[in-house]
Ligand binder design. Structure first.
Ligand code: NAD
Ligand code: MG
Length: 400
């Protein structure tokens, strides 16, 4: 260890090969005097991981399964022999908790990210939360873990990062006591914002993944197209900012320049603006309460010229309504919503169901899978499993 290296902030990136992971490494590469990469993790993409390990020489690399880990270990001998390769849930938990790490970027997609993200929360790390599904599955359990360990929770989802920046410091007390009247959660509307219901029956995975403003992983891209992403974000905002769906207004804003707004009781409305580039919220989460450069271009308002706003259409985008209803039902309803959505999105991406079937499957799961109180992690994980099984069966019946 060189002189001064001990004072660098150690970072674990869960999901380093994904869109958020790569953007995080881009920001860190601009601040090697402040941060060092302790651990990188990926699902099965060994090639990408070899490149990242060669460049970053982390202490640890974690792959989701033992075969990928074995392959990575063999290949790293020549280029990064000091990297310790781990695998599975245990490996992920280890790099989320290890003393060598100060901050954990939670950027695994879907419910797969829950356990290591929760481990980081329990270990009292600064949690940079991109993995919104963790909060949707187990909001209460996750927020309790953060509070009990004294961990810091920095939202990375651009809207939640924007809200965080506009909120008063004591926002954990809830909206009313801190003079906040409501949250305005902006949504681009995705690639299908102006499509009719009939057109939505015919859209393909590639069309769904061609987002007008953001380049993201395929799952969140489909969620953006169905507006389930905004539904998941509404739930995420309720947990992060200690509020309920009635105090959150979703606002369609196709340019994605305003990333969300907070309205105060005196009529003041604070907004956070910027180019749609995830390096801004990532840099904010890394440096908070300070500011660092992110590499994002300066906002050119003359070039943008106008900002538009519309009300969301819940008939064409029922996923937003379903998410809102799930949050109002409470308990394991949001875990069921999330699981059914993950199954349906994967089936849509594999071209086995239509885009409009996603909402149908989610609605069926919410009606037919028993909702319980989300008292423990086991209850939540069992609900997630039941909803996945139910959704797979429902999809087979749909196809028959
Ligand atoms: P992505 O698909 O590009 O990357 C996902 C990462 O998770 C990859 O490194 C992948 O290897 C890893 N991964 C996937 N399945 C795994 C599994 N079963 N076990 C272990 N690792 C696994 O996704 P993304 O777009 O980077 O999104 C990541 C998370 O951040 C999602 O929860 C998403 O909702 C959230 N988010 C993303 C953006 C964005 O701009 N991309 C914005 C806001 C929030
Ligand atoms: Mg978002």
């Amino acid at each position: 260890m060189g002189l001064g290296e001990a004072s660098l902030i150690g970072i674990t990136i869960l999901g380093s090969t994904g869109s958020i992971g790569v953007n995080t490494l881009d920001v860190i590469s601009q601040h090697k005097d402040k941060y060092k990469v302790v651990a990188l993790t990926a699902n099965t993409g060994v090639e990408r991981m070899i490149e990242q390990c060669t460049q970053w020489q982390p202490e640890y690399a974690v792959m989701a399964d033992t075969d990928s880990a074995e392959l990575l270990r063999a290949k790293l001998k020549a280029v990064a022999a000091d990297v310790e390769v781990l695998s599975g849930d245990e490996g992920l938990r280890f790099v989320a908790e290890t003393e060598q790490t100060d901050y954990v970027m939670a950027a695994i997609v879907g419910a797969a990210g829950l356990l290591p993200t929760l481990a980081a929360a329990k270990a009292g790390k600064r949690v940079l939360l991109a993995n919104k599904e963790a909060l949707v599955l187990s909001g209460q359990i996750f927020m309790d873990a953060i509070r009990d360990s004294g961990a810091e929770l920095l939202p990375i989802d651009s809207e939640h990062n924007a809200i965080f920046q506009c909120m008063p410091v004591n926002f954990g007390d809830g909206l009313a006591p801190t003079g906040v009247q409501r949250i305005l959660l902006t949504a681009s509307g995705g690639p299908f914002r102006s499509k009719s219901l009939t057109e939505l029956h015919q859209v393909t995975p590639d069309q769904a993944c061609a987002h007008p403003n953001w380049v993201m992983g395929r799952k969140i891209s489909v969620d953006s197209a169905s507006m389930m992403n905004k539904g998941l974000e509404l739930i995420e905002a309720c947990w992060l900012f200690n509020t309920t769906p009635e105090h959150i207004q979703v606002v369609l804003h196709p340019q994605s320049i305003i990333h969300s707004l907070v309205e105060y009781s005196d009529g003041s409305v604070l907004a956070q603006l910027g180019n749609p580039d995830m390096r801004t919220p990532i840099a904010h989460g890394l440096a908070w309460p300070e500011r660092i450069k992110s590499g994002v271009a300066s906002l050119d308002l003359f070039d943008i010229a106008r900002l538009d706003f519309e009300e969301p259409d819940l008939e064409r985008f029922p996923c937003l309504r379903l998410a809102c209803e799930a949050m109002q039902k409470g308990g394991t309803a949001t875990a069921i919503l999330n699981a059914a959505n993950e199954v349906a999105v994967a089936e849509f991406l594999a071209r086995r169901i239509r885009f409009t079937d996603i909402a149908k499957i989610v609605e069926l799961a919410l009606t037919n899978v028993e909702i319980e109180e989300a008292t423990s992690l086991q209850t939540v994980l069992a609900a997630d499993k039941r909803a996945r099984d139910y959704s797979n069966t429902a999809i087979q019946e749909l196809a028959a």
